[in-house]
Design a protein around this ligand. Sequence first.
Ligand SMILES: O=C(O)C1=C[C@@H](OP(=O)(O)O)[C@@H](O)[C@H](O)C1
Ligand SMILES: C=C(OP(=O)(O)O)C(=O)O
Length: 451
Amino acid sequence: MADLNDSLALWPAPVAPGAVDATVTVPGSKSVTNRALILAALAADPGWLRRPLRSRDTLLMADALRTLGIGIEETVSSSSSVSGLPQGRGEAWRVIPAALQAPAAIDVGNAGTVMRFLPPLAALADGPVVFDGDPRSHERPLHGVIDALRALGARIDDGGRGALPMTVHGAGTLEGGPVEVDASSSSQFISALLLSGARFNQGVEVRHTGGPLPSMPHIRMTVEMLRRVGAQVDTPESGGEPDVWRVTHGALLGQDLVIEPDLSNAQPFLAAALVTGGTVTIPDWPHRTTQPGDALREIFTEMGGSCTLHDHGLTFTGSGRVRGIDADLSEVGELTPGIAAVAALAEEESVLRGVAHLRLHETDRLAALTKEINGLGGDVTETEDGLRIRPRPLRGGVFHTYDDHRLATAGAVLGLVTEGVQVENIATTGKTMPEFPELWSGMLGSPVARD
Ligand SMILES: O=C(O)C1=C[C@@H](OP(=O)(O)O)[C@@H](O)[C@H](O)C1
Ligand SMILES: C=C(OP(=O)(O)O)C(=O)O
């Protein structure tokens, strides 16, 4: 698969001149921003998103909602309107809900959140909504959303593929009610149905059937954000049945929400501290959060660092030693590429488990990490549900990224301590962090390296 991409630009990954020592302000969370946009669009009154992430995935979501008739106005708000926000960082989106318009055509790019969270909302529009995206979006699982919406009363034309492209024939309302979904290939099936569920006539009761459900923190994020806008949500954790989530029909409130920094996008910077024996501070690290990236405090501590959560953020310090890890990453799958990069630089073997579903992410992440780390001289083997990584001295070479932002940042981490790593298409980080090259150079105290 690498050869197809060889024509894309190569980015010479900078080698760290020594232990890094930096403060890195990470942009807003993709997962929180795209949930907040959906909830604001479905609310009974206007709302605000402060410090939203502006990246390919969130701009696709905002554009799609605009196409459906939702007003989204961008403003640069002054610090006075949000207490505690420094001047100049207060960009905000004002979201003005409206009746959902169709016909409409939506580009999902390769954003799981867009391709899965929007179809339930489109079923509430009055007419056909066509969904399409990058070639990879046709391969990513969507059957859970399609089958569930059909069972809840929607008409969907997917040519029998159970995947994109497809047309959701919105009827203005959706009956809703109980539905079974096998969400073992993506937690986003559950989140998608819950996010719009309060607007279905009977609400929604989603029962997961099938193998282990990945990415539980992301489902908790959905539940918590729904409750914040006034939805009544029953969950296994609140005394309900295992694997069953229920959202009661009702109006959602417009809210004023400050988006947390994206802790999964903080990962490469924390990894930089770990592999160089340096220190990185991430301002505004939340003291309580549902983001899976919060698990990095524990995971990277086990891998050799230490951290302090203080009033201004998180400070993470590497010890100069990088330890191997044996970890079940099913709850935090999106952290796997970054953990794999660190593991390739460790002193002992690592085994990463519980992440078979990563084969269906932006790319087949297990195959891509194996091929690319081994291409630099590493020793990675794919297991049934993850990776076995035996550290070996690495050498320079091209690190292909397969349009996967997290492969690109993983390559940058390897390049910090390996001369001559060239990351192909660093611009693919624009999916969730367009400013990655600048932030990386800034962390290293050097001018911006551009592809
Ligand atoms: O709901 C979300 O915002 C996400 C859920 C997870 O998806 P999967 O459960 O498909 O892994 C995660 O990997 C993705 O990056 C974001
Ligand atoms: C899997 C990811 O994204 P998506 O929302 O497209 O599923 C990711 O960001 O690691």
